[in-house]
Design a protein around this ligand. Structure first.
Ligand code: NAD
Length: 337
């Protein structure tokens, strides 16, 4: 079966996902597009999906009999309304992060999916599909029960519009999800420490910052977020276990002996770092959508990420204080997630 896909939000990642589905992956075809900026949807139709219909609203796209499944790749604040509409229509839905901009919004989606009775939503936490993280998770079987995680999320620079809470909502959100999955654990508290700000930051951004998350099993995770690090885009993760230490592999890069030095290039653009994992996550979505369901990161994962994010932002505001993170009982629908 070829799954007929409608894309809501045809900006940077919506266009790229449409390209993947029509040109790289198997089992799906783009039949519908919608964007508040209609010209953007028209451009994607012209360049990537000539057979697609452009719809005036996301709701009309979801209701179309030519759409079997939906990609929600619009701005974060609009995700909730479209995911709820897809669930109401009983159509599988891939939603880019965040699932919703508030924990309450994400909970509404969980409740709607639980009421529907089967899974329909996959959240775009693509790191779970990255071969480095997959290998790291497998390695934890040898290094023994995890005790500590040392991690870093570094960007060369960010625009002026990027402010202190965005370090959580836009940046740490990926670590928040992937560490829950990596450790098979939930968070119980968050604390944020600010070193002196770096010279390259601006008045509305305290950078860098260190977020300390503690899990229900007692693992302490220290993540440095440094989004004006200047030298490159660099993701680090080291898990210290009872019997050994496992580290996330570096991206493949040519090692050069040159000008009396040993050199290893570092990426500078986040888009290149997890590019292969986007293909794998969407192929997984197409496979499940062909069966009328969803797999991979769940609405529950999106909700738990939103709960932890809110606590981290609160921890930023009460610098140095530990903020408790609730982890309510997981509905049976998400038992495997
Ligand atoms: P973008 O601004 O390039 O594109 C968003 C598009 O959505 C724009 O074309 C805009 O006109 C459209 N839009 C806004 N409101 C809409 C609405 N109500 N209905 C329909 N269309 C609407 O942004 P982007 O970089 O493509 O990011 C989109 C989403 O994807 C964000 O939530 C972002 O966090 C997420 N994202 C995730 C990753 C990842 O690594 N998983 C990477 C990039 C972006």
């Amino acid at each position: 079966m070829t799954v007929r896909i409608g894309v809501i939000g045809t900006g940077a990642i919506g266009r790229d996902h449409a390209r993947r589905i029509n040109q790289v992956l198997s089992g799906g075809t783009i039949t519908a597009l919608s964007d508040v900026n209609r010209a953007s949807a028209e451009a994607v139709r012209a360049d990537i999906a000539p057979d697609a219909t452009v719809f005036d609203t996301g709701e009309n796209l979801i209701a179309s009999p030519d759409v079997d499944a939906v990609l929600v790749t619009s701005w974060g604040a609009t995700h909730q309304q479209y995911v709820l509409a897809a669930i109401a229509a009983g159509k599988p839905c891939f939603c880019e992060k965040p699932l919703a901009t508030t924990a309450e919004g994400a909970k509404r989606i969980v409740d709607a999916e639980v009421a529907h009775g089967t899974r329909l939503v996959q959240v775009g936490f693509m790191r779970r599909y990255d071969e480095g993280y997959v290998a790291l998770k497998a390695a934890l079987a040898q290094t023994g029960a995890p005790i500590m995680v040392h991690a870093a999320h570094r960007n060369p620079s960010v625009p002026e519009a990027y402010t202190t809470p965005m370090a959580i909502h836009d940046t740490l959100i990926h670590e928040i999800d992937v560490f829950r999955w990596l450790l098979d654990d939930d968070y119980v508290s968050a604390r944020v420490t600010f070193p002196r700000s770096c010279a390259r930051t601006h008045a509305k951004l305290r950078d860098p910052q260190i977020v300390t998350l503690v899990t229900a099993k007692g693992v302490v995770i220290n993540t440095e977020i440094f989004v004006n690090c200047h030298y490159g885009y660099d993701i680090q993760c080291e898990v210290v276990g009872e019997d050994g230490v496992a580290s996330l592999p570096e991206p493949m890069a040519i090692k050069m002996r040159l000008n009396a030095s040993l050199q290893n290039p570092i990426l500078t653009d986040w888009k290149d770092r997890f590019v292969a994992s986007y293909d794998v996550e969407l192929q997984d979505f197409l496979k499940a959508a062909a069966q009328g369901t969803a797999s991979g990161p769940t609405s529950w994962d999106g909700y738990m990420a939103a709960v932890a994010s809110d606590a981290c932002v609160q921890a930023q505001e009460s610098e140095g204080q530990a903020i408790a993170i609730a982890h309510p009982d997981r509905p049976a629908l998400y038992a495997q997630g």
